[in-house]
Structures are given as C-alpha cells and as structure tokens.
Ligand binder design. Structure first.
Ligand code: PHB
Length: 390
C-alpha cells in the first residue's frame, strides 16, 4: 500500500469509529436511576412520583425526546444514613445518566453530594431541603417540586393576614424538612405581626402524638402549624380530631398534610386549610387531562407527588430535546432545562437561577376528599435561594 492510500484508509477507519460512537450515543437507552422510598411512611409518595414519571413516558410512546429509556431502581427507605451508598450504586455500578430522587430531604442532601462529586445530573422530584437550591446548588442539580420554605412561608402570611391569628404553636418531625418548614412559616407569620409561641417536635418518623397534643391544648394558641406527610400525616390529622382539638384550635399545614392522604383521613381532614403548589380542582386543561389519564392508568387519584414526577420527566425531556437527544452533551442539556417552560398540571412554571420552580402557591381547603383551591396565596413565589452561588 502506498503511504497515501494507507493514510486514507486510516482516516476512513477513524471517521467510521467516530460516527459509530456518535450513533451508539443516539441509540443507547437513557439510563435513569430512580432513588425513591418504596417502604416506610413515605412509600406511597415514592410510588406516586414513579407513576407520574412513567405516565409522561406513556404519553410519548415510551420515550423521552425520542430516546428509549431504561430504569434502575433503589428503595432509599427514607434513611439518610444509607443515601451515599444507594446513590453510588446507581452512579457507579449501574452507570446511570441521570439520578431522579427523592422524597426525604436528608436523603436528597446525600444524593446531591454524590451528584456533585461525580458530576451526575440530578432531578429532585420532591424533597424540599432549602440547601439543595441554596448552598448546595450546582449546574447539574435541578428540582421540579418546591423548597420547604415556599408553601410554609405562604401559610405564615395567610395565617396572619387572612385568618387574623396572633399566636401559633408549630409541630413537626425533627429533621431538615420540618425545621425549614417551621422556619418558613415563622418568617411569613411574624413578618405580618404574628408570634410563634412554641416550637414542638418529635423524631422522624414517630407518630406518638398524644403528649404533644396535650401540650398544645394547654398552650391554647390561636392556631397550630404542622409539617407532616404520608403515613404520619394520616395519623396526625386523625389524632388531632380525636383529641377534640379540631374545633377548638384551627390546624394549618404545608399542603403535604392533606395530599395523597384524604381517603385514609376521612372526615378528620374535612375543612382543613393548607398551602401548596397544587390543588385537586385547578381550572387548567393540562391538569384535567393529567388527572384523567392518571386515574385511568393507575386506578388512583393523582396528588402533588405524581405531578412532580410527571414534571421531572418533562424537564428531562426538555433538556434532551435541546441537546438533540444526546444526554452526553451536558451543557446543552443543562441549558435546555434551565430555560424550559414546563406546562405542568399545577400551572406553567419556569426555573429560578438556582434551578427551583418559580410557581403559584395555592390556598386549599379540604372538601369532600378533595383539596379545593380557595385562592392563590402567593403568585409566582420564588425561593430566596439563600447561599446559592451559581
Ligand atoms: C422532605 O423531606 O423534604 C419532604 C418529605 C415529604 C413531603 C414533603 C417534603 O411531603
């Protein structure tokens, strides 16, 4: 072979290799690591998130922006101590392209650390830990849910301004989500002249509420604000009513208190006011279609967690689309996600600079097993993203 022909052959071989790698990247399935609670007090929340995510896929021929997907799943058990190992399993063993999770703030912070250390794309479909889009914010970390501050701050404003309460007692599980929720409520409530007179708590996920309810009865505040969710929220709302407090001291909460829980809470939840970025009767075409499709597919009513899972899939699809379907083109994926306008069942939302939804927070009232929207408590509320440098 002449030197010229040899060079030509080598060039052709190299080109073919590059083209085939590119084609491979286009053909490989997008590997999605779902790290969610499938057991424990938040089990139903994890399932709803996965259902929502899969519903978006179903609506798009099983694909995300034209790409096939493959799921890898871990039950995180809402246990922060196991978070690094669980997240690393997905990233290092299964080599996922993107991590999607989770519900519990403490676990999500562990995931965020792994995502940062390994530069893995992370989409948080629930956990509200303020730090994730605060001091821990990063180009590869996004959230399709809320910060713990958002609904809580709105409830603080509403409790003082609309309901004219002067004093409140707070009660929550003692961990990041509860602490931040109480802090957000207090900020809103006290900025309008209210006073939190006592902050009560118990360890996550305990449900021994009796002594705390006795203490609340003795303190006689104008109002009680709580953060509970999942199985714990079901028990708390029932215990509050059974203790005879419901008609004496109005109970408020971030909307998780009554979301995905109403069947089990029954009459005990009726009439409760909460604030959240979703309600069950929004006058939106998108939401009506979503609720119909979800109920048809899963024989279950959707809740806020299902919406957040659905939107996690929508957000990832927006990023992939911007990158021509190539998840490895990280800058393009991130740019597509940052600038996405998500047509969510909750209403349109965009991402803040810290990658957290800027969204309306609704005041809702439980009526006949539905969280009905009463008003918009705060329009287009953006988390202050304290400590985020990006
Ligand atoms: C959280 O830990 O951030 C959390 C858990 C359950 C919720 C909301 C927030 O419903």
């Amino acid at each position: 072979m002449t030197p010229l022909r040899l060079t030509r052959t080598l060039l052709a071989t190299a080109l073919a290799a590059v083209l085939s790698t590119a084609a491979q990247a286009q053909n490989d399935k997008i590997k999605i690591g779902l790290m969610l609670p499938y057991t424990g007090t938040y089990a139903a929340l994890g399932t709803a998130i996965e259902n929502g995510f899969r519903l978006y896929l179903d609506e798009n021929g099983g694909k995300l922006a034209g790409r096939e997907v493959e799921f890898f799943k871990v039950d995180d058990e809402s246990d922060p101590a196991k978070a690094p190992e669980n997240a690393n399993k997905l990233v290092k063993r299964d080599q996922v392209d993107v991590l999607v999770g989770t519900v519990h703030s403490g676990v999500a912070m562990g995931m965020a650390k792994v995502a940062k250390d390994t530069n893995t794309l992370l989409i948080v479909p629930n956990a509200g830990a303020d730090a994730i889009t605060g001091p821990l914010c990063a180009p590869n970390i996004f959230r399709t849910s809320f910060t713990n501050w958002q609904p809580a701050y709105a409830m603080g404003l509403v409790a003082a301004e609309k309901f004219k309460h002067k004093t409140a007692v707070t009660l929550t599980w003692k961990y990041a989500a509860g602490d931040e929720s109480v802090r957000g409520f207090k900020e809103g409530f006290e900025s309008k002249g209210g006073k939190v007179i006592k902050e009560l708590s118990l360890p996550f996920p305990n449900v021994e509420f009796q002594a705390l309810l006795t203490e609340i009865a003795a303190l006689k505040p104008d109002a009680v604000y709580v953060f509970f969710a999942g199985g714990g929220a079901v028990k708390f709302v029932k215990d509050y009513a059974a203790a005879g407090l419901k008609d004496k001291i109005p109970l408020y909460g971030a909307g998780f208190l009554t979301d995905g829980t109403l069947e089990a809470q029954g009459e005990a939840a009726n009439g409760l006011f909460t604030t959240l970025h979703y309600a069950d009767d929004l006058p939106l075409i998108k939401d009506k279609a979503f609720r119909f499709a979800y109920a048809k597919t899963y024989k279950l009513q959707p809740d806020v967690y299902a919406v957040q899972g659905y939107d996690a899939a929508q957000l990832l699809a927006a990023g992939l689309k911007a990158a021509g379907g190539d998840i490895k083109k990280r800058d393009a994926v991130v740019q597509g996600m940052r600038t996405a306008k998500i047509d969510s069942p909750r209403g349109m939302f965009t991402m803040s600079k810290a990658h957290n939804p800027i969204q309306d927070i609704y005041l809702r009232k439980v009526d006949n097993k539905m969280n009905r929207s009463v008003s918009i408590a705060v329009k287009q509320l953006e988390d202050p993203a304290r400590g985020c440098k990006m």
